[in-house]
Write a protein that binds this ligand. Sequence first.
Ligand SMILES: Nc1ncnc2c1ncn2[C@@H]1O[C@H](COP(=O)(O)OP(=O)(O)OP(=O)(O)O)[C@@H](O)[C@H]1O
Length: 227
Amino acid sequence: MNVLELKDVYYTYQTKYQREEALKGVSAAFEPGTLNAIVGRSGSGKTTLLSLMAGLDLPTSGQVICEGTATDRMRLSTYRREKAAVIYQSFRLIPLLTVEENIMYPMELRGMKARDARARAGELAQKVNLSQGLLGRFPTMLSGGEQQRVAIARALGMDTKILLADEPTGNLDTENGWRIFELLLELAHDMGYCVIIVTHDMELAGRADRVIELRDGRIIRDGRAGQ
Ligand SMILES: Nc1ncnc2c1ncn2[C@@H]1O[C@H](COP(=O)(O)OP(=O)(O)OP(=O)(O)O)[C@@H](O)[C@H]1O
């Protein structure tokens, strides 16, 4: 069963002076329990595609369908809150909040009581292998790999089935990059998340369950790693 489906998706950036067709008829379906890598050279449309799956905008034509409902049939803010959590290359943690508060933040926004959110934050920290001793620190007092784990724990607190990540290892050294990739793989295989990452790292992509390659806004390869 698909959790997310792209149906003939087109996206055009229209500025005052020019028109850029970034996606030209992209179709694909994504299943829970899988890690999918989107690759392609610079400007091929990867970030644009991820943005549509994240509900930041609607396709110019075509549909992004999540669990049977197209994003143009729901409020995008609801979609973003309930359906797809995003992890960024630059972590995007809130510097004035502690690690624990960063993880709690989206849960509290959803109306969870502070006590429950704190307990859940502790569980999620454990899930992403962040030691409890780090919970009281501020993000700047952590390594890049640790900060990305906090960002992943925060995303898990959104309770979505879809996890999107734009270059999640892009700011990390090779070893930490692999560790984060392995964590994402575990979240897909052991916890059933549908994980979709954009990456320039072909070695990492080769370990994903599936690799989708874009060129000039079209899919030119879609298959299991190594095919
Ligand atoms: N805000 C924008 N306004 C106009 N054109 C844009 C905008 N953002 C992206 N584009 C264009 O859309 C196309 C796809 O861009 P996109 O950022 O999706 O590619 P990408 O594969 O993620 O590239 P990179 O690997 O360099 O991040 C490119 O031709 C780009 O110049």
